[in-house]
Design a binder for this molecule. Structure first.
Ligand code: CA
Length: 261
């Protein structure tokens, strides 16, 4: 699941909308769904102070006080952001971050550390931290950084996935899955599906597909599009319901998202 849209109380309507055009929905849904933040901080005063401040700023906050709980929480819930202390009982902040990334989660991570040492910063950033704040800090500075990271996360997740019903295309990892099952596509099939998903609901003429995917002028003698389309449909639609790709006779092809119909 993506990070921005998946949280909280999904009504039937929002989950329906969710599988439509993601980038539009993200903007809409982030206004009505509170963003969830995980804090992993063992120092009671700091943890409580952070939690209270972020709750007052309108976030939903989970606070845990050791590294093992932090990692468990980060992997079982969906958060828009994790704030990790470096020195933690059980598992240090770096190991928590490494565990999060190893599990394939891209949750933005902001490190808090009492130790203002270049090595720490470098280590944190190398491990995939998104920002680093040295204690003591002003809450206003933390809040500003949190908001920056959340904006960045919202942008990147909007650009990372294209979806229709239970079909998901991951642009960064170049992966496609339907109903959670991985589907292997050739480079051309991937490009073809990307085009269909970006313009779902629109009937795409063969000439447009030819120029966008094959970078060629449409030649009615060639059946390269038909062949590729047939293969793509065999992979995406043969073993699944509902069928998503449809031929519109004499016109072209359309990918129809049943949730947006
Ligand atoms: Ca600590």
């Amino acid at each position: 699941m993506d990070r921005v849209c998946a949280t909280g109380t999904n009504s039937k309507l929002t989950s329906r909308l969710h599988s439509c055009y993601l980038h539009r929905i993200c903007a809409r849904q982030s206004k009505i769904t509170p963003m969830k933040i995980l804090i992993v901080e063992d120092e009671p005063k700091t943890g409580d102070y952070l939690k209270q401040g972020l709750v007052e700023a309108g976030f939903v906050v989970d606070l845990v006080r050791d590294g093992h709980d932090g990692l468990h929480q980060a992997l079982t819930e969906t958060y828009e952001l994790a704030i990790l202390d470096v020195m933690l009982p059980g598992l240090d902040g770096w190991s928590v971050l490494a565990g999060i990334r190893k599990a394939g989660r891209e949750t933005p991570v902001l490190f808090l550390s009492a130790r203002d040492q270049v090595d720490d910063r470098v280590k944190g950033l190398e491990l995939g931290a998104d920002d680093y704040l040295v204690k003591p800090f002003a809450f206003s500075e933390l809040l500003a950084r949190v908001r920056t990271l959340l904006r960045r996360g919202a942008k990147s997740s909007a650009a990372e996935f294209l979806r229709a019903a239970d079909l998901e295309l991951d642009l960064l990892r170049r992966r496609v899955s339907r109903a959670g099952r991985r589907i292997d596509l050739t480079a051309k099939e991937f490009a073809l599906l990307e085009l269909l998903l970006r313009r779902q609901g629109e009937v795409l003429p063969r000439s447009l597909i030819a120029s966008q995917v094959w970078d060629m002028n449409f030649d009615s003698d060639t059946n390269v599009i038909e062949v590729a389309m047939r293969r793509l449909r065999a992979k995406l639609d043969d073993n699944f319901e509902p069928k998503l790709i449809r031929t519109v006779r004499g016109m072209g092809y359309v990918l129809e998202n049943p949730d947006c119909a």
